[in-house]
Unconditional design. Structure first.
Length: 300
């Protein structure tokens, strides 16, 4: 199958899922992180309902430790779409006594996002949250369906997922249940970048090679230097030429050494990389089942 035909199939599949969501749910929201996957969701949603106005409200869960480049890009994209953006912050969750900041040499708020998300879903009465997760990212996400049921408290039970045959989706919800929908479930990281290249989509500058001061921990990991990263005695602080494969919380998102300054060069890197996309995320190394544990707690 030719690459363009493959992208056409994936695009049509995602558009079909987005149209199903719009028809089936009263108050669906797109979760937007500012990254490439949720950017593709926004673009697909616009294409799915063109020339009508942008069809979904958008929600961003802000840890307060996001890259500045991501926040600037988020606001630019939302303004260009004319979409309604709701922002909920982990800071407010902590102030409300619903969560407590981590302590220690390398604290992060990334795991606290689940509480903020679940509170926002309840507050905004969201019955369906649309995200850009893909099956190839991580072994827990490989168990996902396009339509993924969540318990009343937001938890995910991988043994209670519904069969999806012949593009038929069981959308029904019991009282207090929620639905999460993943239109890019069959896409890979390479598919996403091929689509970005074909559609000429702008992405945050973080994805491309640039010089950045980094903190190299004594355990061999690396994080970008920021006000939220406090170097320890045995850490090294050096300026390196790097880029990011994901643009999440600065306290858990590691850069990779790279000279890729274009989408074409990124695609070349992906073809030869032995490291998974989320292999650079410190939060996924918390335990062998870190992602699945967080999804059971309500994480997206």
């Amino acid at each position: 199958m030719k690459a363009n035909n493959s992208l056409d199939y994936l695009e049509n599949e995602a558009v079909y899922v987005l149209r199903e969501v719009k028809a089936l749910y009263k108050n669906p929201y797109i979760l937007f992180s500012g990254g490439k996957d949720s950017l593709c969701i926004l673009h697909l949603a616009r294409k799915a309902f063109h020339p009508d106005p942008f069809p979904f409200s958008v929600l961003h869960i802000d840890t307060g430790h996001n890259f500045e480049e991501t926040i600037v890009f988020r606001d630019k994209v939302i303004a260009s779409l004319g979409a309604k953006l709701q922002i909920r912050t982990v800071v407010d969750t902590i102030r409300a006594g619903r969560a407590v900041d981590e302590v220690g040499p390398y604290p992060s708020r990334n795991r606290l996002q689940a509480i903020t998300l679940l509170d926002a879903i309840q507050e905004l009465k969201i019955d369906c949250a649309i995200g850009g997760a893909r099956r190839d990212e991580e072994k827990a996400r490989a168990k996902e369906r396009f339509f993924s049921i969540r318990k009343p408290h937001g938890g995910w039970d991988p043994s209670n997922q519904r069969a999806e045959l012949w593009n038929l989706y069981n959308h029904h919800l019991k009282e207090s249940e929620q639905m999460r929908v993943f239109p890019l479930n069959n896409w890979t990281e390479r598919d996403v970048w091929n689509y970005i290249q074909r559609e000429k989509l702008e992405v945050p500058s973080l994805y491309f090679s640039h010089k950045r001061t980094c903190v190299f921990r004594s355990n061999g990991s690396c994080l970008p230097l920021s006000p939220y990263i406090r170097p320890q005695a045995n850490d090294r602080v050096e300026e390196k030429t790097v880029r990011f494969r994901t643009v999440g919380d600065m306290t858990c998102t590691s850069p990779i050494f790279s000279d890729a300054i274009s989408v074409e060069m990124i695609l070349d890197e992906i073809r030869t990389s032995r490291l998974s996309e989320r292999g650079s995320r410190a939060d996924d190394k918390f335990s062998a089942s870190a992602m699945e544990d967080r999804k059971r707690e309500g994480y997206f």
